[in-house]
Design a protein. Structure first.
Length: 145
């Protein structure tokens, strides 16, 4: 599901879509199209590894990790819808956000055991997501693509 969502983003060119938006600071686009795609591959693989470990070799924190991933996917989907609405331009991945990511994430979260969220776990989850995203973007800029 996550991989299909990211393939849609690459196929429909989020990078080019962002560059075409008058409100987006073009100085933030320091990567080539190939490097941007590589960053999404890094994030996709990292989230995939986390999901596989959580399901097949469940550590004590696996339920919380899976819950965090699916809550992040819901926030991601909502972000795509909001940005598409505000810009009056369909953001790449908005289709899979609404049709796949949102409903599947909600179903999975309803089937997982309830998790206890604390301020520390929420802040830690947000920090981990930001480190993963910016780490992938930073490392991709050094790839000769």
């Amino acid at each position: 599901m996550w991989t299909g969502h990211n393939v849609e983003e690459g196929a429909f060119g989020l990078y080019r879509w962002l560059a075409a938006q008058p409100w987006f600071p073009t100085q933030a686009l320091q990567l080539s199209d190939g490097q941007f795609t590589a960053a999404f591959v890094i994030v996709t693989v990292a989230v995939g590894v986390l999901a596989v470990v959580s399901v097949f070799l469940p550590p004590r924190w696996s339920t919380e990790a899976l819950s965090a991933v699916f809550y992040a996917l819901i926030v991601n989907a909502a972000g795509h819808v909001m940005v598409s609405f505000v810009t009056w331009s369909p953001m790449p991945r908005v289709a899979t956000s609404v049709l796949v990511l949102l409903p599947v994430s909600i179903v999975v979260l309803r089937r997982l055991p309830a998790t206890r969220w604390t301020t520390v776990s929420v802040v830690g989850t947000v920090l981990l997501a930001l480190i993963l995203l910016f780490g992938a973007l930073l490392s991709a800029q050094y790839l000769p693509l």
